[in-house]
Design a protein. Structure first.
Ligand SMILES: [Zn+2]
Lengths: 252, 182
């Protein structure tokens, strides 16, 4: 028998299937998101732990599967590294990343750079400020999906001016606000727009810091969160992200 | 049905139809009554025929202890195996945003209300150590933070009689993190 080529992957989501099996949504480096059935994963062979304890989110895996249909059959799984140790709110952030991928990635569409960003984001989540990691991943996700958000220029092509405020709408882009009174408005104040398009208000300085990946103050973080929420909204549709509910005072 | 595949289900149906129709009718009556009468306990959310389950209504239980479990079947397991005389609260699952299960679905507002009851001293989390279970435990610990409640969780680790070399890495990591002084 030919040696099985193991592939890198993460479990994004799993649910029980029949008695002892698991139906997995896997994000694999080479194949993108795919559905995979882990037969008998919850049954523990004598003296050993069940495979189910390995097939969890945030566990880097080596995987092998067979099948050409919509749902593949998992034939092998091994730990590629220790599970990424997320705890408390960092776990919620991990769920948020997984929910984004479940909602925005089509099945069987390879996304190798995004896989690398995802793995990096999980690793960063364990140690870095959560907001910064989430914003960075959201920007890369939009870019990899072909909806890159240009944080360096406004909709007219002019460079972002750090002393100005900008209104953002996904269908319009970043619009410099002409009225100088805006400059004294504390962030974030939602720009009243049509009820269909979500909008955000953000300062040029915040845009520049976000683009550079610099640390953001709590106020800038809130504005950046509002901006990314507005940018993701048209792709996510009207159904709310459930992982955002877990943050009681500090939504993702 | 969990535990019964299509083949076994077919065998059961044929057995009742061919050999024991009385038992089949009896089973149908019991099932019908159970489906009609069994609801949720107003205190702990477990399954019961009454507004309060037997454990919540039992005056001899220790009201200063509350054990938080995922399923009614966990209560049965703990009652049979452990020497525990406190009360319970049934979540009905774990926080799992990707399955649409949030704080509301688990009745966590009611749990928070119970945390504020003065007779309660300690809450014990008996939730599986999956990532969803850990997230649930964290969320509940945040709910308890404002009260003077002591919060603990049952130990996770190497199964009794298990050999270390066969224990998976995640379990071993938990067992190390939760090590105890001798
Ligand atoms: Zn009860």
């Amino acid at each position: 028998m030919r040696a099985q080529a193991l592939k890198r992957g993460f479990v994004l989501h799993r649910r029980d299937y029949r008695n002892s099996s698991l139906l997995l949504e896997v994000f694999s480096a080479e194949h993108g998101r795919l559905a995979c059935l882990a037969k008998g994963a919850k049954a523990a062979p004598k003296g050993r732990g069940a495979l189910a304890s390995l097939l969890q989110p945030f566990q880097p895996l080596w995987l092998h599967w067979v099948g050409r249909g919509e749902v593949k059959t998992l034939t092998r799984a091994e730990a590629a590294a220790p599970a990424i140790a997320l705890s408390g709110e960092r776990l919620y952030c991990g769920f948020y990343l997984n929910e984004l991928l479940m909602r925005l990635l089509a099945r069987d569409d390879p996304q190798e750079p995004l896989f690398v960003f995802y793995q990096q984001a999980l690793a960063d989540l364990a140690t870095e400020p959560m907001d910064a990691v989430l914003r960075r991943f959201e920007l890369r996700l939009l870019e990899e999906l072909g909806y890159a958000l240009d944080l360096r220029r406004d909709r007219h092509g002019a460079p972002i001016d750090p002393s100005r405020y900008y209104g953002y709408r996904p269908d319009v882009g970043l619009e410099p606000l002409l009225d100088p009174r805006w400059e004294s408005v504390p962030e974030p104040v939602p720009v009243v727009a049509s009820s269909l398009a979500p909008a955000a208000l953000v300062s040029g300085a915040t845009l520049q810091r976000l683009a550079a990946g610099s640390a953001l103050s709590p106020r800038e973080s809130r504005a950046a969160r509002g901006l990314m929420r507005a940018a993701l909204a048209p792709h996510l549709g009207p159904k709310p992200l459930r992982s955002r509910e877990l943050f009681r005072r500090r939504p993702g | 049905m969990p535990g019964i595949g299509p083949k076994s289900a077919q065998r059961m149906a044929f057995h009742l139809l061919e050999r024991d129709r009385d038992a089949g009718r009896q089973l149908a009556r019991v099932m019908d009554a159970a489906m009609e009468r069994i609801g949720r306990c107003e205190r702990c959310r477990t399954l019961t025929e009454h507004t309060r389950c037997q454990i919540c209504a039992n005056a001899r239980r220790n009201v200063s202890l509350l054990c938080i479990v995922e399923q009614p079947s966990d209560i049965v397991a703990i009652e049979q195996a452990a020497d525990y005389d406190g009360l319970y609260f049934v979540l009905g699952g774990r926080l799992s945003p990707l399955d649409g299960i949030g704080p509301e679905e688990l009745g966590l507002d009611r749990l928070e209300a119970r945390f504020n009851e003065p007779e309660l001293d300690e809450a014990i989390l008996a939730i599986s150590p999956t990532v969803e279970g850990l997230a649930t435990a964290h969320y509940i610990s945040e709910l308890a933070r404002c009260s003077s409640l002591r919060l603990s969780r049952i130990a996770h680790g190497v199964p009794l009689g298990g050999e270390l070399e066969f224990v998976d890495g995640g379990t071993l990591a938990h067992a190390f993190a939760g090590r105890q002084g001798l």
